[in-house]
Structures are given as structure tokens and as C-alpha cells.
Design a protein around this ligand. Structure first.
Ligand SMILES: [Zn+2]
Length: 151
């Protein structure tokens, strides 16, 4: 945990931050002491709660170092339009889950949806290619066969 090394003082409806390391007074929006560089983050979190006593359990975005996994949203839309519609629609659903799950802090769920969206994009791309090839083979066989049999 970050050690709380700052005291917050209310003065003339203005909150001053005094560094407990060196006593230096800083702007109330400072994140670090301008003299010694001590972190104010813990004190700022405490101050936010003090400024909103009516709702101390207000939703705060999860603080995490995780990057949001790729959504594969535009890839899903492309394969839906070009290749395999059913698989592409499912891929879009998973792609849209990535961001919403990430926003509620469900990193693993977002990663899972990201992986599923990517796999569905690949599969629908493969399905579209295979389907296209089979279609042309079918046309070719029918044409050649028809010509050969004199139909
Ligand atoms: Zn300081």
C-alpha cells in the first residue's frame, strides 16, 4: 500500500496539501510534492471521499495497469460483410463485450471475449474463403460437365 504521507487541511473552503515529508505547501490538485517529490495519490483518494460525504461508495473506475485487450470489432464487421454472416455476427457480439467487460474491471472476461472474437474472425474468414472456393469449383464442374455432356 502507498503510505499516506500528506495531511489535508480545510481552510477557507480550499484544501491545501502539506507534505508530511518536508512540510512544503502544494496546490490541492498536485499529485506529487513540488519540493521533495513525495506522492500525494493516497491523500488525494482520501480527499475525494471527504469531498463527497453523501456518497462515499461512489463508483470509481478500477485502477489497474492492464491494457484493454484488442476488441477485433472492425475485423468482425469486415468478415461479417465479406464472408460468413452468422459467425461474423457472433464475433461482433464478443467484440462488443471486450470493452464493456474491461470497463467494469473484468480483465479476464475481456481477454476471453477478445480471444473468442479473434478466433471467430479467423474462422469466418476461413469459412468465407472455403465457401468461395467451393462455389467456384461447383460452377466450374457444372459448366464443364454440362458442356461435356452436351446439355
Ligand atoms: Zn515534500
Amino acid at each position: 500500500m502507498v503510505q499516506i504521507n500528506i495531511v489535508s487541511l480545510q481552510k477557507n473552503s480550499h484544501i491545501m496539501l502539506y507534505c508530511q515529508q518536508c512540510g512544503h505547501q502544494n496546490n490541492d490538485d498536485a499529485r506529487f510534492c513540488s519540493r521533495c517529490g513525495s506522492s500525494f495519490v493516497a491523500a488525494n483518494q482520501q480527499r475525494q471521499i471527504q469531498e463527497q460525504p453523501e456518497n462515499p461508495f461512489a463508483y470509481k473506475p478500477p485502477q489497474t495497469q492492464h491494457q484493454m485487450p484488442p476488441t477485433y470489432l472492425w475485423q468482425s464487421i469486415v468478415v461479417t460483410l465479406l464472408c460468413c454472416l452468422p459467425l461474423g455476427v457472433i464475433a461482433i457480439i464478443f467484440a462488443s463485450q471486450v470493452e464493456s467487460r474491461y470497463n467494469i474491471g473484468d480483465i479476464e472476461g475481456a481477454q476471453t471475449s477478445s480471444n473468442r472474437a479473434r478466433n471467430l474472425c479467423i474462422w469466418s474468414l476461413v469459412a468465407g474463403l472455403v465457401g468461395g472456393i467451393l462455389y467456384f469449383i461447383l460452377i466450374f464442374v457444372v459448366e464443364i460437365g454440362g458442356a461435356f455432356l452436351g446439355i
